[in-house]
Ligand binder design. Structure first.
Ligand code: TTP
Length: 191
């Protein structure tokens, strides 16, 4: 119809319910297309930040659309990547490693627009309390950490494990949402 622009839709190349909820909370019209990518492999970088960037690119590059957003979150304990735990035993191990220490959470974002492509990585430092074996067992049996990088969710029961956070909280839970908001806003995509 003359004079009526097609409403913009942001294609979210992610199966993460967290990412979806954050963008929906801001009112962005979304189309969710989970990418089917291998998140492991010999061809991926070892460096945690580079790994997050490579995976975000891989996810976003898979999905067609005019406005496409993808992200990847990596937990980095002194250079060692802690991915999603394979099972409860590994989740237990991860929490023992994280206990009483500070780690970094890197979230890379990939935003493809009709004008350009932005790929960048954001980092937040998270410090865990000293956790007892009983506390770790309590958390692991909840199952909350199993689908999350590092084996915990700072937005859920995992809040009880934290001593402090330095940086953007939303970077920890999977999307530096204020930065995404700015990138979209600057390009004329407003919720
Ligand atoms: C550290 C941490 C991670 N996470 C989540 C965010 C991400 O969803 C997940 C890391 O895995 P990702 O591979 O980044 O994302 P995903 O597999 O859930 O979704 P997709 O690849 O389809 O986009 O861990 C939390 O929800 N809370 C936390 O505190």
């Amino acid at each position: 119809m003359a004079g009526r622009a097609t409403p913009l839709v942001l294609t979210l190349a992610s199966g993460s319910p967290r990412r979806r909820a954050l963008l929906e909370a801001l009112g962005f019209p979304l189309r969710v297309v989970p990418p089917r990518v291998e998140e492991a492999g010999e061809d991926l970088p070892q460096d945690p930040r580079e790994l997050a960037l490579a995976l975000a690119r891989r996810k976003g590059g898979e999905v067609p659309g005019e406005w496409v957003l993808a992200a990847d979150t990596v937990v980095d304990l002194d250079g060692r990547v802690l991915g999603k735990p394979r099972d409860r035993v590994e989740n237990h191990l991860f929490l023992r490693l994280l206990s009483g220490r500070t780690h970094q959470v890197h979230t890379a974002i990939y935003l493809r627009t009709p004008q350009d492509l932005v790929v960048e990585v954001h980092t937040t430092r998270v410090r865990f309390r000293n956790l007892s074996q009983e506390e770790i067992a309590w958390y692991v049996q909840s199952g909350e950490g199993l689908d999350k990088a590092g084996g915990y969710g700072a937005q859920g029961l995992g809040m009880a494990l934290l001593e402090g956070i330095e940086g953007d909280f939303y970077t920890v839970v999977g999307l530096p949402v204020a930065r995404v908001f700015v990138l979209l806003w600057e390009r004329g995509f407003r919720p």
